[in-house]
Design a protein around this ligand. Structure first.
Ligand SMILES: [Zn+2]
Length: 45
């Protein structure tokens, strides 16, 4: 296993050690976003 491949929020970079991450799709790529960064994305800021 590689530490470099550990899931982290694409917006703030936090890992699932510190906050819940949700998988999502962005620009055709599978990404992870944390619950704190998700609301602004939903609201289209
Ligand atoms: Zn985040």
């Amino acid at each position: 296993m590689s530490e470099e491949e550990k899931e982290s929020c694409f917006a703030c970079g936090i890992t699932d050690d510190e906050r819940v991450l949700l998988s999502c799709k962005h620009e055709g790529e599978d990404k992870w976003v944390c619950v704190r960064c998700l609301p602004p994305l939903i609201h289209g800021s």
